[in-house]
Write a protein that binds this ligand. Structure first.
Ligand SMILES: Nc1ncnc2c1ncn2[C@@H]1O[C@H](COP(=O)(O)OP(=O)(O)OP(=O)(O)O)[C@@H](O)[C@H]1O
Length: 282
């Protein structure tokens, strides 16, 4: 079992404090890192991939302390950055071979074949990257991130710009990859992780405000969400007086969910998105 322990991390850009007392512990599986735009996800990711050094705190991966064993840790790291771009004139296969050589991988052909099978890339791999759709490019991005003996994979907003079908393909691929590795994926889109991630880490006010399962996150928030089925007149009243999370029009009625602190009858069928909107309001 792989293990990443982050303790009391602080980080500032100059005098601007971005992350404060970041603590969490993760093991194998898919971990969703959720936070609003600007919450500090990319900054935290750059620390986790050893590009930035925190001003204080410690990170330990499988017993290796980040500050003391940066080179060892890099051998186990796979990273897909937010603005990932590849050489358009290379084929996917040439690109993966290039990455494999840089990482000193021995059984290059075997390993590339295995990864392409897993990510359904075989059909495209001999074509030039310039001809790929956004979704295939992103899957090639994952392929390069998992080549070799990587055990900690970090993906920064990997679903941005993908259409719904590509998102589904991407989700299937990433779930497969995360069975025997730690995969941390940042996003501000709750749908990306709702039914997939084994653990959720939510960044808010510069720190980790929640760490646990999606189910626990929903449970934690549900007593602040009220659901009512009302007529349109009542709905107009609610929308003017309450913080509405979501609503659905059903014939002459509207099913509306809104924030209502400490309410004894929580809404049913609360989604991660509903819970997250309430959490951001707190
Ligand atoms: N190089 C930098 N110098 C100064 N401030 C920065 C720098 N990079 C980011 N910031 C600021 O740090 C904060 C956190 O940015 P970061 O990119 O880590 O957030 P994020 O959660 O990844 O957001 P997004 O989803 O928009 O990428 C923002 O206020 C941003 O403006």
């Amino acid at each position: 079992m792989n293990q990443l322990i982050v303790e009391n991390i602080n980080f500032s850009y100059g005098k601007k404090s971005i992350l404060r007392d970041i603590n969490f512990k993760v093991e194998n599986g898919l971990i969703g890192l959720l936070g609003k735009n600007g919450a500090g996800k990319t900054t935290l990711i750059k620390i986790l991939v050893t590009l930035y050094r925190p001003s204080s705190g410690s990170i330990v991966f499988n017993g290796y302390k980040y500050n003391n064993y940066t080179n060892e840790i890099r051998k186990y790291l796979g990273y897909l950055q937010q603005d990932f771009n590849m050489y358009k004139n290379l084929t996917g296969l040439d690109y993966l071979k290039f990455v494999a050589k840089m990482r000193n991988i021995k059984n290059i052909d075997e390993e590339i074949k295995e990864i392409c099978d897993m990510l359904n890339l075989d059909k495209y791999i001999k074509k030039r990257i310039g001809t790929y759709s956004g979704g295939i490019k992103r899957r090639l991005g994952i392929a390069q991130a998992i080549l070799g003996d990587v055990k900690l994979i970090i993906l920064d907003e990997p679903t941005v710009g993908l259409d719904p079908e590509e998102r589904n393909e991407f989700r299937k691929a990433i779930k497969k990859v995360s069975t025997d590795k730690i995969v941390i994926m940042s996003t501000h889109i709750t749908e990306d992780i709702e039914f997939l991630c084994d653990k959720l880490i939510v960044l808010k006010d510069k720190t980790v405000k929640f760490e646990g399962s999606v189910e626990n996150f929903i449970e934690y928030n549900k007593y602040n969400i009220c659901q009512e089925i009302v007529n349109k007149i009542k709905f107009d009243e609610i929308i003017n007086t309450e913080k509405v999370i979501s609503y659905k029009v059903e014939e002459n009625k509207v099913c509306v969910k809104y924030i209502a602190k400490n309410n004894k009858k929580p809404a049913e069928n609360i989604t991660l998105q509903d819970a997250y909107i309430n959490f951001l309001e707190e």
